[in-house]
Design a binder for this molecule. Structure first.
Ligand code: HPA
Ligand code: ZN
Length: 324
């Protein structure tokens, strides 16, 4: 089955570029940029990837990204991920980036976006992987800060296609960002939103009704609300599920407790993604493998999941034809 998964053409729709930083690259960049990481070695850093909830992960995720500073660093980080994606037969990826975690360190928006975009172009021409970029607001910060970030990003608007919402979910509902997402839509960007990872099903409804999100990132807690499940199934709203992430952040105790099979059986448009791969112990194929083993998924199930990933992508039918 692992070979079958490996050869399936896939799209990855839930991936934070900051969360692709492997400890080896972190140490190389720390040395180059003369920054001290709070770990003595790569092994010690990897051993710290032991989380009790979303916040315990985010604390390390934000601290580690301090080593990524120049346009070249953003390029190298992005290209490393895209090479790995290509090796797993990922044909298309829609990548999140968190500009506020960089502008807060006085790194200009252009440094971030131009570095990432240079790698996306290179991967398209040299690896045949297509990509789109999605800017993500940090929801633990204010709506005013998100609005300012949007304004800073507008000069680079041709380099990203959508906007999402990530970071600490509990206590920061989508409704906090209604005004900024109204402006996001007025500017013509696609809208996605992390919701129902740690937060309640109500946050998913808010993302749909108040932000007009077209895709829900995670969304696993929808299963607690039968009316919401019915709605998500009827409207075929894509859910970008990240199984290894959910287990490593204790959303589910073990992979056998994950509700992804129930979600598939309920007719939801489920996709499988890696979120922050080195932190959670696997890229996209390892996520497919983990659920295949836990639930005995058939080849047909796996093909359906891979097909869903293209259905849910922000690509035209013509672009999809070329990829598969
Ligand atoms: N949830 C919220 N914020 C994040 C995540 C996530 O899974 N990964 C990186 N930032
Ligand atoms: Zn995420």
């Amino acid at each position: 089955m692992d070979d079958f998964i490996a050869q399936l053409p896939k799209a990855e729709l839930h991936l934070h570029i900051e969360g692709t930083l492997e400890p080896e690259l972190a140490f190389a960049l720390a040395e180059k940029n003369k920054i001290t990481l709070p770990f003595k070695s790569v092994d010690e850093m990897r051993a710290a990837y032991n989380f009790s909830d979303l916040q315990s992960f985010l604390d390390l995720y934000y601290a580690s990204i301090s080593v990524v500073q120049t346009e070249e660093d953003f390029h190298d980080l992005t290209l490393a991920y895209l090479k790995k994606a290509a090796s797993q037969n990922v044909r298309h990826t829609e990548i999140f980036f968190d500009p506020q975690s960089h502008t807060a360190r006085n790194i200009p928006m252009g440094t971030v976006i131009n570095g990432i975009t240079a790698a996306l172009r290179e991967a398209q021409s040299e690896l045949g992987v297509s990509s789109k970029l999605i800017l993500s607001f940090l929801r633990h910060l204010s709506e005013a800060a998100a609005m300012e970030t949007l304004q800073q990003a507008l000069p680079f608007r041709d380099q990203f296609i959508g906007i999402g919402l990530d970071s600490s979910e509990l206590g920061h509902p989508p409704s906090k960002f209604v005004n900024v997402f109204e402006e996001v839509r007025r500017q013509g960007f696609r809208v996605v939103c992390h919701a129902g990872e740690e937060g309640p099903p109500e946050y998913i409804n808010e993302a749909l009704d108040q932000l007009h999100a077209e895709r829900i990132d995670h969304g696993v807690r929808c299963m607690e609300d039968a009316a919401l499940v019915k709605r998500l199934a009827e409207e075929q709203i894509p859910l970008t599920v990240c199984p290894l992430s959910n287990v490593r952040l204790c959303v589910f105790k073990t992979m056998s407790d994950h509700t992804i099979k129930q979600m598939m059986d309920a007719g939801l448009l489920v996709t499988v993604n890696s979120d922050d791969p080195p932190y959670f112990g696997g890229y996209v194929n390892e996520n497919y493998q983990a659920i295949q083993e836990a639930f005995g998924l058939t080849r047909e199930d796996l093909v359906q999941l891979a097909r869903n990933s293209f259905t849910a992508a922000f690509l035209s039918d013509e672009e999809k034809q070329k990829l598969i």
